[in-house]
Design a protein around this ligand. Structure first.
Ligand code: ADP
Ligand code: MG
Length: 469
């Protein structure tokens, strides 16, 4: 039986109440009612002119979709101010604490067009609001994509291409120095180039900014700064843990932006569900879009990154030097960068070329002596983990589990020891260097799609490198 307009409206009203955050619903839709239904046009009475403009120009698509879905056919909407309300007043009083959506609503909304909602929202004309500083080197071009992160790079590109439309919020989590900030800023650069208002901030700076604004009585300005962003990127969001008022403020910032289909992008050192000290309603919002982890780049990717950096400086890194550097910095790209920069700088200073010997010398000069992991240790741990013996891994057996364990061990040997491919081949019972390479590539490739394998490799790697940093 077809739903009548009144019932459709009532159901939509309830649904919108659940979908929108409380302050927004209360301001725009509370007390709204269906005045009439003229053909396929729902005429909805709202409390004041602000609510009417906001609904007509900014929330039109959302509300229409909810009603159309329930009504079972596509409808159009017209919002009118309730007579009684219009007679009674006119405009609400303005104060510094006036909710931001009202401040925003005062900036002439754009004419109704067929342009998608997210493009209809007027950009606040606030030249006095500072632009966020971005590192010019953190671009997509300069980000080397490895097999370890099959999701995060394409997802970041998609978000940069369609802010507010595909994954919102978009959250990246992962360890230190794996490239989270780089990717966040790469998205920020693209969006800024397109003329969007981009705010990039660390969560600590957000907290400090908020505290300053309270002290200087500029909270309205503070809110406008963040809530008028087309794209808000908050780095290291884990630092809001335990900070109640920051969380409260950020919750409203988040909701306001999300409501307008503005893009929110977050980076953290762990999954939202692990963010202890962050209230549930925020954690669930963080997890409501796309949450993707970012792994440290493996050996192959580290080699590629080094070659890229060398290329930028017009240098060619000898293969061996590249391998040596890549095996020195295993978990952080930041560490890799510092090893590379210092090696290059020292070589330039002493006018030596970058030979393995020279780099060894340079590296040993400024790094604490470290405990090296040997191929034998890799063999031992990997074999034990798989319930096999070292002989199994070194021997000729080729059945599935043994072969797999051997591949993993070779991959790890490449990752965590400084042994060359032929040396690894030798240690694995005199296998060819191309066999080792093939095994490493196979594992690197499979890791991208096999979560279990990834965690096995990560655990073994952690175990092996424990105490070696
Ligand atoms: P995080 O924010 O995860 O701690 P960063 O984004 O600060 O890490 O990355 C540390 C350094 O490593 C930066 O200089 C960054 O440019 C570089 N970096 C990280 N990942 C890559 C990559 N895949 N390709 C090129 N450079 C990278
Ligand atoms: Mg960072």
């Amino acid at each position: 039986m077809p739903v009548n307009p009144k019932d459709a409206w009532n159901a939509a009203y309830t649904q919108l109440e659940m979908q929108l955050d409380r302050p927004s619903f209360d301001t725009w839709l509370r007390d709204a009612s269906l005045l009439s239904c003229e053909g396929d046009v729902f005429v909805i009475g709202v409390r004041n002119g602000y609510a009417r403009d906001m609904l007509q120009h900014r929330l039109y698509r959302n509300v229409r979709r909810v009603i159309s879905d329930i009504y079972g056919q596509s409808v159009e909407l017209r919002f009118e101010v309730h007579k009684s309300e219009a007679d009674r007043n006119g405009q609400p009083a303005e104060s510094e604490e006036m909710p931001l959506f009202r401040l925003l609503a005062r900036q002439q909304p754009p004419e109704q067009t067929t342009v998608p909602l997210h493009q209809q929202v007027a950009r606040p004309q606030r030249p006095d609001l500072p632009e966020s500083e971005l590192n010019p080197r953190y671009t997509f071009d300069r980000f080397i994509v490895g097999n370890e992160n099959p999701v995060v790079y394409p997802a970041a590109l998609a978000v940069a291409d369609n802010p507010g439309l595909c994954y919102n919020p978009f959250m990246i989590y992962g360890g230190v120095g794996v490239g989270k900030t780089h990717l966040l800023q790469a998205i920020a650069h693209v969006c800024r180039t397109r003329g969007l208002r981009v705010v990039y901030i660390s969560s600590e700076a957000f907290t400090n900014d908020m505290i300053d604004s309270i002290r200087h009585r500029t909270t309205a300005m503070f809110r406008e700064k963040y809530r008028s962003a087309d794209v808000l990127l908050v780095d290291d969001i884990q630092f809001i843990a335990g900070k109640e008022s920051t969380q409260e403020e950020f919750f409203h910032t988040f909701n306001t932006l999300h409501m307008f289909n503005k893009q929110i992008i977050l980076a953290a050192d762990r999954h939202p569900s692990q963010l202890d000290g962050v209230v549930d309603r925020l954690r669930s919002r963080f997890a409501s879009g796309l949450v993707t982890d970012m792994q440290a780049p493996g050996f192959e990717t580290r080699m590629a990154i080094l070659r890229y950096w060398a290329g930028e400086r017009g240098m060619t890194l000898p293969e061996k030097v590249c391998e040596l550097l890549a095996s020195r910095a295993r978990t952080h790209v930041r560490e890799l960068e510092s090893v590379f920069n210092q090696a290059v700088a020292a070589a330039q200073l002493s006018s030596q070329s970058l030979t393995v010997g020279a780099v060894e010398q340079v590296l040993d000069g400024f790094r604490r002596p470290r405990q090296y992991v040997t191929v034998a240790q890799v063999l031992d741990l990997t074999a034990r983990h798989h319930g096999l013996s070292i002989e199994d891994l070194m021997g000729p057996r080729r059945n599935g589990p043994v072969n797999r364990a051997r591949q993993i061990a070779m991959y790890l040997a490449r990752e965590v020891t400084t042994a060359s491919l032929p040396q690894i081949g030798e240690a694995f019972g005199g296998r060819k260097h191309s066999t080792v390479l093939h095994s490493c590539s196979k594992v690197a490739e499979d890791i991208a799609s096999d979560d279990l394998l990834r965690s096995v490799v990560a655990n073994l790697r952690d175990e092996l490198t424990k105490g070696s940093h």
